[in-house]
Design a protein around this ligand. Structure first.
Ligand code: SF4
Length: 176
């Protein structure tokens, strides 16, 4: 497995942005004391530090740079919109895909565009789909499970990946 450690630059302390990312990113786990926020996206494990963004499970440097550029944009976008986001200083754990799967209808009907309910569960915890994408879950028979899912799943990300005004581009350094 290759791990790329990305250095954001000496003037790019993103510590103050972490509580806003914690509020906006589903499944993020924030450690306020250490100023670290971890998150999973697209099969990658991500860690946001004051001056670093680390990403794992990347095939090559080019792919890592592309991913990190998107994450830098995400941080910039979040910071731009901090007036609209209530910062969250709590450390909360992301529900497991298995615990989410157990609350889905379990019919593997594919109406959500996924081949199975378990695939949908994986995407739910990664905030790549929403509860509304599962049509059977909207039926009265599943209302209790939908309510439970709304409770355990943090809200969908409130932010997009639009490039911020700084247009920051990271330096990269490889760690194997
Ligand atoms: S639409 Fe819902 S029930 Fe059907 S496969 Fe997707 S998650 Fe499962």
């Amino acid at each position: 497995m290759t791990q790329l450690l990305i250095i954001g630059g000496s003037d790019a302390d993103i510590s103050e942005a972490l509580p806003y990312l914690n509020a906006a990113l589903r499944g993020a786990v924030y450690n306020p004391a250490a100023h670290v926020l971890t998150w999973k996206q697209g099969g990658h494990n991500l860690a946001f530090h004051a001056y670093q963004i680390a990403i794992s499970n990347v095939e090559d440097r080019q792919a890592a740079v592309r991913e990190i550029e998107g994450l830098v944009e995400l941080v910039n976008r979040t910071w731009e919109r901090r007036g609209e986001i209530v910062p969250n200083l709590e450390t909360h754990q992301c529900p497991t895909a298995m615990s989410v799967f157990k609350l889905l209808p379990g019919t593997n009907c594919k109406q959500c565009g996924q081949p199975t309910c378990s695939s949908f569960a994986l995407k739910l915890v990664a905030a790549q789909v929403g509860l509304d994408d599962c049509a059977p879950l909207q039926m009265a028979a599943h209302i209790d499970h939908r309510t439970a899912l709304e409770t355990v799943l943090p809200p969908m990300p409130a932010i997009g990946r639009k490039l911020g005004p700084s247009g920051a581009r990271p330096d990269t350094r490889r760690e194997d």
